[in-house]
Design a binder for this molecule. Structure first.
Ligand code: KG4
Ligand code: ZN
Length: 458
């Protein structure tokens, strides 16, 4: 089956077509995954400006749909396809009844630009050969969500295709099932689903930071979450304070990379064999809620600490490359320390078999690396190896064969993280989540699909 998936929860307009093959052991093939990014627009604000984001989604949805269908080989001009009796075939608008137009108008009553674009699109192109439309309904920025939702509803109505609502957080988790296909271990996680659960998912993005217990597909329980800013938001806001670019996560990560080579190295006097990295500016930031007994987070204090430190520095320090390197490294490490500590705590407390990472921040190389190191160090009474992304296989022997052997013993702890290009918002992950919801018969009539900015998982 083929799913057309639409994502507009924040500042990325994503449209994808995924194909699912095999019923008992399905795997996902990405036919197209087009993301129209708004980074350049939001750069000057240092964060997403919802009304601007909404306007951009309106502009981008129809062109992104067109590109996604074209890349998937599913875009056909209605005028170019004639049936044997010389009449136009398919769903071109030529044959659209006034009633249909009226309903489209009602669905897109508040999205005038989108209405014009969609009419042009439907006039020009045939109904694509897809079986289902999946759309993000929440959580996210409400004005943005509605663009994708109304767009998807209009297509569902016009083309007579079923539509399925998708939870954005669940989609970040299930993005892992896409990358499993792409790197060639494609069926492992799904075949071995009973070996994967219970799992703990850490979803870290610009809007969310949650630790979620995943008992199975569709069975979730939020164990903890941020009480204020999300981890990605903290990266974005602190990068804005330092004036080093947007989005903040990749900007900070890139500068932090230089930390080791820049910081002076001296011998520790008490133990000459032990080398200590001495900080030039003595930047030390708090790790908020690191030792609390819950699974919650708080990042706004970290942001304030960065602001205070920055403000207290003379101008020449603020511009000093080494200061920015130290700051970036310390911001990244403070965030990583709390994310890892709380997730490992949940993993131990719930005796889980898999840690699943997801969301834009999970693209952070240092976070992935340190997660694996920590799990190895703790051992957690599991024979550990990581699947899904070759650089992190903890043992040179973790080939497919050893993966199967260990799987049978059932004592492994898996660490899953999506391919880097699938960590941030995209349509393909919405398609996978749509598929699992479709299996659970969560289809609704298009009239009942609504955006819900505060939608919870579980
Ligand atoms: O999942 P996402 O694309 O959108 C939301 O659902 O919010 O996540 C965007 C967030 C931004 O805050 C961005 O700074 C962060 O992900 N991010 C990173 C990295 N790449 C993106 N944070 C840390 N390290 C990265 N490499
Ligand atoms: Zn997201």
């Amino acid at each position: 089956m083929k799913i057309l998936a639409i994502e507009t929860s924040c500042d990325d307009t994503g449209v994808a077509v995924i194909e699912i093959k095999g019923q008992k052991q399905p795997y996902f093939n990405i036919l197209s995954n087009v993301v129209s990014s708004q980074v350049e627009i939001h750069k000057k604000w240092g964060g997403v400006f919802p009304s601007l984001a909404k306007r951009e989604h309106q502009k981008n949805l129809a062109p992104t749909l067109k590109e996604a269908l074209k890349k998937a080989g599913l875009l056909f001009s209605s005028s170019s396809i004639l049936s044997s009796d010389g009449h136009r075939r398919g769903g071109g608008m030529g044959a659209t009844s006034p009633t249909k137009l009226k309903i489209l108008n009602e669905i897109l009553a508040r999205e005038k630009n989108l209405y014009d674009d969609i009419i042009k699109f439907l006039e020009k192109y045939d109904k694509p050969k897809v079986d289902l439309i999946a759309v993000t309904v929440g959580p996210g920025l409400e004005p943005c969500l509605w663009q994708g939702v109304n767009f998807a509803k209009a297509l569902s109505f016009y083309w007579g295709l079923p539509i399925i609502p998708v939870n954005h957080i669940e989609a970040h988790i299930l993005a892992n099932w896409l990358c499993a296909y792409q790197i060639g271990t494609r069926l492992a996680p799904i075949r071995r689903a009973h070996k994967l659960f219970p799992a703990v998912a850490l979803v870290v993005s610009g809007g969310h930071t949650q630790i979620i217990l995943m008992k199975n597909f569709g069975k979730y329980e939020i164990l903890g979450e941020t009480r204020d800013d999300a981890a990605g938001e903290c990266f974005d806001k602190t990068a804005k304070i330092l004036g080093i670019g947007y989005p903040g996560g990749p900007a900070i990560a890139e500068i932090a990379l230089q930390w080791k080579s820049q910081a002076p190295i001296t011998n520790n006097q008490t133990n000459p064999n032990f080398q200590t990295l001495i900080s030039k500016f003595g930047v030390k930031l708090p790790r908020p809620m690191l030792n609390t007994k819950d699974y919650d987070f708080s990042f706004s204090g970290l942001k304030t600490a960065v602001l205070c430190n920055f403000k207290s520095q003379p101008d020449y320090v603020k511009k000093d490359k080494n200061y920015l390197i130290e700051m970036s490294r310390e911001i990244q490490q403070a965030i990583i320390d709390v994310l890892i500590k709380k997730t490992i705590k949940a993993a131990k407390d719930y005796n889980i078999k898999t840690i699943i990472l997801g969301g834009g921040v999970s693209a952070n190389e240092e976070l992935r690396k340190q997660f694996l190191q920590k799990i190895q160090k703790e051992n957690l009474n599991h024979e550990l190896y990581a699947t899904n992304y070759p650089p992190y296989q903890s043992s040179p022997h973790s080939s497919k064969a050893s993966l199967r052997r260990k799987g049978r013993e059932g004592n492994e702890l898996n660490l899953l993280a999506p391919l880097k290009n699938l960590c941030a918002d995209n349509g393909a992950m919405i398609g996978v989540a749509g598929y699992f919801s479709w299996l659970k018969k969560k289809i609704k009539p298009w009239q009942k699909i609504k955006a819900d900015a505060n939608l919870r998982i579980g």
